[in-house]
Design a protein around this ligand. Structure first.
Ligand SMILES: [Zn+2]
Length: 405
């Protein structure tokens, strides 16, 4: 059994039972394609009709599913959907610069959004900030909270419990899941930010229906969430997909990781901002809004790009060409159906994805390129949070013990 199947990411604190696997598989299918019938599920999942019937009956009795047309069709043919009222899920993208949080219903429709800046990256204070975000999201909500998933720029253990290392937060070996779960009283799972992003886009965004996709997240750092044949690739010790630390310029700028010329040193949001700042300090004209101390926020830079500021656009295009080189390498290595460009830089507009596409076309092997679409993420700032919420719902619904009549 493949436990790294996308339905099971961050799910491995204990070996899932066959029943949990079947439940997760079926819930995941219905979430991806609302309105499937029992026989369609059996056909797609290759589970026997009997197994599908048993699991669906269980999920119906637990009110996790509902039948769209139970009065007009025979039971075998009713269309099944996840019950949006079965509960709510919290997904939070955590980085040193900001927290972006989304509350969804059980059908993963966003209900509330919230943005917060971290006052510090001390573990205790971060847990407090996260707790208060969760409290605020859940205030006035009647449905039960199924759980919380935190998407982090860092290496997470396979069980989704331990943050092994994050350059961004300057943390190592932090049992964030148990700390936060102890504070809020809900199950908490951790997942790498780019992996949450690829799951979000695969389930609900630009990668819907595709099984071989790579999501490239460009924010404070750069990472790749890699889905191969519907399975999330994690690597031998959970560090797979560190695209930001691949070398794109020999003898380039020194990276925090110790290497020189890493992609991140040239094309992450902080790198782009540093280059823009230098040019403005040298007296070049730009309309970008600066803070009182002269520094630049992500927001201001992205807004200036959308308004067509020349200096800002030049630096973003330069970064996009460098990202394109790294993406061309990914395309040659993995031959994916799509590469999806997300993270904060994607908010600059179509310019980024267009330049990445041109660069990939020029630099990748033509056979690989003919099979790939280079797309902008569809869930905008929500990609990682939506992936995180879907993970919560799947885990909760798969692991609950049957309610005995
Ligand atoms: Zn590096």
């Amino acid at each position: 059994v493949q436990y790294t199947n996308s339905e099971f990411s961050g799910f491995l604190s204990r070996t899932p039972s066959l029943r949990a696997i079947n439940r997760a598989r079926i819930i995941s299918l219905i979430r991806k394609q609302p309105g499937l019938t029992r026989s369609e599920i059996s056909e797609i999942s290759r589970l026997s009709k009997g197994t599908v019937s048993t699991v669906v009956a269980e999920l119906l009795s637990e009110k996790f599913l509902w039948e769209e047309d139970r009065f007009t069709r025979s039971q075998r043919n009713t269309r099944l959907r996840v019950n949006p009222k079965a509960g709510v899920a919290v997904g939070i993208e955590l980085s040193a610069d900001q927290c972006w949080a989304v509350l969804t219903d059980a059908e993963i429709h966003p209900v509330k959004h919230l943005q917060r800046t971290l006052a510090s990256v001390h573990v205790e204070e971060t847990v407090e900030t996260l707790s208060s975000i969760i409290g605020e999201l859940l205030s006035g909500v009647d449905e039960r909270c199924l759980g919380v998933a935190i998407a982090i720029a860092g290496t997470i253990d396979t069980a989704g419990q331990m943050l092994k290392y994050s350059e961004n937060l300057q943390w190592s070996d932090v049992p964030l899941a148990s700390l936060l779960s102890g504070a809020v009283g809900y199950p908490v799972t951790l997942i790498n930010r780019s992996r949450a992003g690829v799951l979000g886009e695969h389930w609900y965004g630009a990668g819907a229906g595709l099984e071989d996709i790579i999501y490239v997240s460009i924010s404070s750092g750069i990472g790749a969430g890699i889905l191969i044949g519907g399975h999330l690739f994690t690597g031998s010790n959970d560090a797979g997909g560190e695209l930001g630390h691949t070398t794109v310029l020999p003898d380039g700028p020194l990276c925090v990781c110790g290497n020189q010329g890493c992609l991140e040193t040239l094309a992450s949001m902080p790198a782009i901002i540093r280059l823009i700042q230098n040019r403005i300090e040298d007296g070049e004209p730009s309309s970008v809004q600066r803070r009182e101390d002269g520094s630049l926020s992500y927001q201001a830079v992205l807004a200036a790009a959308r308004d067509g500021d020349n200096l800002v656009l030049e630096e973003i295009k330069k970064a996009a060409r460098t990202i394109g080189i790294a993406v061309a390498n990914l395309v040659d290595l993995f031959n994916p159906q799509a590469v999806i460009i997300g993270g904060r830089l994607s908010e600059a507009g179509e310019v980024v994805v267009n330049i990445v596409r041109e660069t990939v076309q020029r630099r990748s092997f033509h056979v690989s390129f003919s099979g790939v679409q280079i797309l902008r993420n569809a869930l905008e700032a929500d990609s990682a949070c939506i992936g995180a919420c879907a993970l919560v719902v799947n885990q909760y619904m798969a692991q609950v013990e049957p309610i005995l009549a």
